[in-house]
Design a protein around this ligand. Structure first.
Ligand SMILES: [Zn+2]
Length: 385
């Protein structure tokens, strides 16, 4: 049994005795002792309860030490960016936010990231050697394996740009890149649904996309485009032309701009997507109707997802999620009608709780998942012995 296997037993943060670890692993106590010794030298495992020994005897409980390393999570949106320094439990220690347009290009945006990472480390009196990894979410399609955005529509200058290589010039640590919806799914799960292994996070705003977590793992698919629901055909969209050039896409009838347009056609005075949410919240009948209908259109696609991957929780996030019950009611209506009773018996459809912070929490969770993975722990422990 490897050092990382012993660490896996402590990863949930619950303190355990050496005897419990020996029982759970089936290893001799002397073997456990040497593995624990390596993990303690790495700082990852520490005596639990502040390490105060009583009567000269060493404290008997051991636990993951979340302060051992820090990670950075960065959520880059279309017009703003948020970066946070977090400990290994995902608790945010310090955060920075800026209005920054992703269209200004990777040099400018990643320059800001490098600047604030240095600032946040200094703020928390942590050194670069204590920084374990950086997770970054980008608002476009991302090839996760290479950390490059591929033909991102709103990100001129980013196509195939090597984000990890650039950031690693300043901080020589693993740099993980994913799309914004995937990190929001991770953030919501990490912060509010840690015991849910099968969930779908759907972002409904200017566009529509989903992050799929199945069997406890984020499912990216072969090229990283899994969950791109916005361009699935729905019946009501008929021959409506979508911004992608196809006809009949979900986004063309149920995303923010489409709802705004349908309300304007009905004679309702309305500005951007946020105005729609405000109108729904104030009970404006046409807006409530339009939101419920968008929910039904979404429900058509969600019902297929429910039948294919059988999630236990569907989380609705993004700027239109604030419309709350009107949107959820439409989704539920269609999902319950079109899915098998067994699939919906314990299914809950809820709005996101992490709000604007989902992205940055998820980017940190992406980094933490990497540095606490068995392979990474094993490699670091072998470098030590
Ligand atoms: Zn489309």
């Amino acid at each position: 049994m490897r050092t990382s296997d012993v660490f896996e037993l402590l990863r949930d943060g619950r303190p355990r005795t050496r005897a419990e670890l020996a029982d759970a692993s089936g290893l001799a106590r002397s073997t456990i002792a040497s593995r624990i010794d390596v993990l303690m030298r790495m700082g990852l495992v520490a005596p639990y309860g502040g390490g105060v020994s009583t009567g000269g005897r060493p404290p008997s409980l051991l636990a993951l030490n979340p302060r051992a390393w820090v990670v950075v999570g960065v959520d880059i949106g279309a017009t703003h960016a948020t970066a946070a320094l977090a400990d290994l439990s995902g608790t945010i220690l310090v955060e920075r936010r800026a209005d920054i347009d992703v269209a200004t290009g990777p040099d400018h945006v990643l320059g800001w990231v490098e600047e604030v990472v240095a600032e946040m480390l200094a703020d928390q009196e942590r050194t670069v050697s204590e920084l374990a990894a950086i997770g970054i979410g980008l608002p476009g399609p991302v090839e996760h394996d290479t950390g490059r955005a591929i033909n991102p529509p709103i990100m001129p200058g980013w196509h195939r740009y090597d984000v990890p290589a650039r950031v690693q010039r300043a901080f020589p640590v693993p740099v993980l890149i994913d799309n914004d919806v995937n990190i929001m799914a991770l953030g919501e799960q990490h912060a509010h649904l840690p015991d849910v292994d099968n969930l779908v996070f759907i972002k409904v705003s200017t566009g529509i996309g989903a992050g799929l977590i199945s069997g406890g793992e984020l499912q990216r698919g072969a090229q990283g485009t899994a969950g791109d629901l916005g361009h699935v055909r729905v019946s009501r969209a008929g021959d409506v032309t979508c911004r992608c050039g196809n006809q009949g896409c979900l986004e063309a009838v149920a995303a923010g701009p489409a709802i705004v347009e349908s309300l304007r056609r009905a004679g309702v005075e309305v500005g951007a997507g946020q105005d729609v949410v405000a109108l729904v919240q104030s009970g404006e009948p046409a807006a409530v109707q339009a939101m419920r209908q968008a929910g039904r259109d979404l429900g058509e696609v969600v019902a297929v997802l429910v039948n294919v991957i059988n999630p236990s929780v569907i989380v609705i996030g993004g700027s239109l999620a604030a419309a709350g019950e009107s949107l959820l009611a439409g989704i539920r209506e269609v999902v319950y009608q079109r899915s098998l009773p067994l699939a919906t018996e314990h299914l809950s459809i809820v709005t996101a709780q992490a709000g604007e912070r989902a992205g940055v929490l998820g980017a940190a969770a992406l980094a933490i998942g990497h540095v606490l993975s068995p392979d990474y722990i094993e490699a670091r422990s072998l470098a030590l012995v």
